[in-house]
Design a protein around this ligand. Structure first.
Ligand code: GLA
Length: 728
């Protein structure tokens, strides 16, 4: 997978069908030569260093010029990990503030290592791989002035066109320096003819698709809210113009990080593009003492030569096999019913037991008690931080015992990173919330974020959670986070280290999650953040599922889940059926939720006999389709974002291609609605039977001729599922 040619000083990283080529150039410059469809090793790259215009305004390196390279300019060469202030005026991946007060940084190749497998990153979420599935290259470079030793990590996967990258910056000198900016990844591409694709959003409209033409200058998405956030997901892609689901070259990045980030694409005068991703360098300055090191989060880089569909399937497979905790990735998750939309804060023991009885009757596996069970919480004005049982409202022992006796599992809601001003914890520790002394602290949903960068704070919350989790039979925790960080500061950080706060918060959170998941490996963790405000690969390393959005209205959900599916697998998308409305029936709600984890968020006591029968059928379908949806491949066939905007069609195909679930949803009343769907991903040689269409057809026919839908989907707010099974 990874080769190094001593003569040409070229590294080639080959994955399933892609090659990534790096060269050590004159003077020790580390250059990026190529990333794309697989090429043979041993090609001549000696002229690849030149990509941009030459002029007196573009500085050069005198020694390299003397060595016989008059056309080498660091500012327009393809740099593998560009640094600040030494000839490259484009955006810098690395900038180090030295003791003299300047940020000039210049790294050159020193050595390298190639080995089987993949290292884990201490203190940060990271992908895992054994020695047969991946190989790693460590490229080590040195800035002789600051004596920053920089290790560029590349793990390449044998069967997936993905590379995981990260960077470590060690202080090998005797003077302290500060990391001012350190991207996880940089990729210099030789063209600007790309679409810039990313997922923007807001509460209840998360991960909407945006595709625009790349222009000169820097296009950037990011977050400085202390969380990846609802507003931009830490995912972006560059796709050659004209890319669709099946065609086009795509370079996609996804940060394995849940905090402040940026992803940018800069087009320079030479019409080349620099794609970069990492921690947001705004409000960031990290001290590295002699002998110490700073490690960036990981970033996943995916290449697809076959459009966005293949890109997504690569991410999905990678995350199932190498990121989501192994004990959950291929373990069937319980079908749950959540109390939130059914009761909000208005519940007691008997009401929840009644929910469980009805839920059991229709085949549900787990009852989740949402917000409102602790402190004295009956609304969202108090008690966050008081993680003890609200005893006058709830008898948790009786509830958990009764629910388990019925054969159901039981889950509970927490918002561990928050504190209400009206809480015992706040009264006892008025300096534990994130704030800047002397300034009023901004509230959000009547609450503050608690300072998870502090060990004492984390220990207190851990103990409080343990005192419930150790004493009651609990199978699942929903971990919520309902506001972002303002007045960022910690009482324990002095002025010299104030700008380390945001990343220290994340390190604290990850340390907590590491300890928590080790102590409670049987607990299924579902992350949440006011709906889908922290849906990122960092969280997926701990929680196999993430609540996708508070918006469960199926027409909106089709768009939200479509966007989310660009990067994240269906098995990670929390999706529930909630109360029906005038437009979308339970059937449509079921079909849309089925493209995620599936569950319910409603009062099961209110079902009519007819609805009960429908729900029972959905539960049967959930079991029938589970493996195909959770472990199969997704094919997006009609986008809810395309010109029609009145329908969405997708399918899941099992890995052995013997089964497929096709789902078609329609949003608007359209007379004589007629359209064709050509299926994808089937085996052309296999014959399939679809009972819903009473059709026997070859995979070749289903994919080439397709299926015609004429008014079959009903008028409005409906969806239908079509199940194809191989006929042997
Ligand atoms: C957030 C979540 C909801 C629910 C509430 C409880 O909004 O997204 O699902 O848990 O908090 O307060």
């Amino acid at each position: 997978m990874i080769s190094y040619n001593e003569q040409t000083k070229v590294f080639q990283l080959d994955s399933k069908s892609a090659s990534y080529v790096i060269g050590i150039f004159e003077g020790g410059y580390i250059l990026h030569y190529y990333y794309g469809a697989k090429i043979p090793t041993g090609e001549d790259f000696s002229n690849m260093y030149y990509r941009g215009p030459q002029a007196s305004f573009i500085p050069y390196n005198v020694e390299v010029r003397r060595a016989g390279y008059p056309c080498f300019y660091p500012g327009n060469a393809p740099m593998e990990y560009p640094t600040n202030g030494a000839g490259d005026f484009r955006n810098s991946a690395l900038s180090i503030l030295n003791e003299d007060g300047n940020t000039v940084t210049d790294i050159r190749y020193e050595s390298h290592k190639i080995y089987a497998g993949k290292p884990r990153i201490e203190g940060l979420p990271s992908l895992y791989a054994d020695e047969t599935s991946a190989e790693t290259l460590e490229l080590i470079a040195l800035d002789p002035y600051t004596r920053a030793r920089v290790t560029l990590y590349y793990t390449v996967f044998k069967n997936l066109d993905a590379i995981v990258r990260s960077v470590k910056i060690e202080n090998a000198g005797d003077k302290t320096f500060k990391v001012d900016a350190a991207a996880s990844l940089c990729l210099d591409l030789p063209s600007m003819d790309y679409q810039w694709i990313h997922l923007w959003g807001q509460h209840c409209q998360e991960r909407a698709l945006s595709m625009t033409k790349l222009e000169h200058g820097t296009q950037m998405i990011g977050s400085k809210r202390g969380a990846s956030g609802h507003f931009h997901n830490p995912f972006a892609a560059l796709a050659t113009n004209g890319t669709d689901e099946q065609n086009g070259e795509v370079y996609a990045v996804n940060l394995v990080y849940s905090g402040n980030f940026t992803i940018s694409a800069e087009v320079d005068a030479g019409c080349t593009t620099r794609l970069m991703a990492g921690i947001n360098d705004h409000d960031f300055l990290w001290e590295v003492k002699p002998g110490a090191a700073f490690q960036t989060p990981e970033c996943v880089l995916v290449y697809s030569a076959n459009g966005l569909g293949e890109m997504s399937r690569t991410f999905h497979r990678l995350y199932l096999d190498h990121l989501i905790p192994a004990q959950w990735a291929y373990t069937k998750r319980p079908l749950l019913i959540n109390s939130w939309e059914a009761a909000y804060f208005d519940f007691d023991t008997d009401k929840l037991i009644a929910f469980a009885e009805r839920a059991k009757d229709i085949g549900i596996d787990m009852l989740v008690m949402d917000d409102g069970w602790f402190g004295h919480r009956d609304d969202d004005y108090d008690s966050l931080g008081d993680w003890y049982i609200y005893e006058s409202k709830l008898d948790l022992k009786r509830l958990t015992d009764t629910v388990h006796e019925m054969g159901l599992k039981f889950g509970i809601w927490y918002e561990p990173e928050m504190i209400s001003p009206d809480s015992d914890l706040f009264r006892a520790h008025p300096d534990w919330h994130i704030h800047v002394p002397g300034r009023p602290a901004t509230e959000g949903r009547q609450q503050y974020v608690i300072d998870f960068s502090r060990q004492d704070v984390r220990d207190n919350i851990f103990e409080q959670m343990s005192s419930v989790l150790d004493n009651y039979d609990i199978d699942y925790v929903k971990w919520d986070f309902n506001r972002n960080i303002t007045e960022a500061g910690s009482a324990l950080l002095d002025a010299e280290h104030g700008l380390e706060f945001f990343h220290r918060y994340m390190l604290g959170l990850y340390e907590f999650l590491e300890k928590f998941t080790k102590k409670y490996p049987h607990l299924l963790l579902e992350s949440c953040s006011g709906g889908g405000g922290r849906f990122d690969a960092g969280w997926l390393a701990y929680s196999p599922q993430v609540w996708t959005s508070d918006n469960t209205y199926p027409i909106d959900r089709c768009r939200i889940q479509y966007g989310t599916s660009l990067c994240y697998p269906a098995s990670s998308m929390g999706a529930h059926v909630s109360h029906k409305d005038a437009i979308c029936d339970y059937n449509m709600r079921g079909c849309v939720a089925m493209a995620g984890t599936f569950g319910y968020e409603m009062d099961p006591r209110t079902f009519t006999e007819e609805e009960k029968a429908l729900v029972k059928q959905q539960v049967v379908n959930y079991h029938k389709y589970y493996d195909t949806i959770h472990y199969g491949d997704l094919y997006r066939l009609i986008s809810p974002y395309d010109g029609h905007a009145d329908r969405a069609v997708w399918s899941f195909v099992s890995r052995d291609k013997s089964k497929a679930l096709l789902t078609a949803a329609t949003f608007q009343r359209t007379f004589n609605q007629s359209f064709w769907i050509r299926m994808q991903g089937l085996d052309p040689e296999k014959t399939y039977f679809c009972a819903e269409l009473n059709l026997t057809a070859s995979g070749a026919r289903l994919m080439n001729v397709g299926l015609n839908f004429f008014n079959q989907l009903g008028w409005i707010g409906t969806a239908r599922e079509f199940w194809f099974e191989e006929v042997k």
